[in-house]
Design a protein. Structure first.
Length: 140
């Protein structure tokens, strides 16, 4: 029980922090992951983005529309599948990704300041095991 409570608090404080520091880019803790997915997988379709992030398709459509309006993304019809759209980072989107990663790395430094390298590795390994276990439950 305490693990879930602790996890929820960490998640919430992380959201609050990121919402504050990403505001200057017109982004939030919920919208920046879309840009980071495309940083590594530019040109994937909307459905794939939803799957990668674990968000429903309606949420993805709304968030992508906002990011397109801001000028961070372009939506282009897929030549192979007329029902699908491929999403690409614009130059402005690529530039902001660098800044976002800087803010995220700053946060990671702040929240792990009292941990040595071994503790960081152990924490990440443990969280990955927990994530794998929850995925096996088939709730998503």
């Amino acid at each position: 029980m305490y693990l879930l409570k602790l996890n929820n608090k960490i998640f919430r404080y992380t959201q609050i922090y990121l919402d504050k520091v990403l505001k200057e880019f017109d982004l939030s803790s919920g919208s920046y992951p879309y840009l980071l997915i495309l940083k590594d997988k530019d040109g994937i379709n909307q459905n794939r983005i939803s799957e990668e992030l674990g968000y429903d398709k309606a949420m993805t459509t709304r968030t992508l529309a906002k990011l397109i309006n801001i000028g961070y993304l372009d939506r282009i019809k897929d030549d192979d599948d007329y029902r699908a759209n491929k999403i690409y980072l614009t130059d402005k989107g690529k530039e902001v990704c660098v800044k976002i990663l800087g803010k995220v790395h700053e946060l990671v430094q702040l929240i792990t300041t009292d941990l040595n390298e071994e503790e960081k590795v152990t924490t990440i390994d443990s969280l990955n095991k927990i994530l794998c276990n929850i995925k096996k439950i088939k709730i998503i």
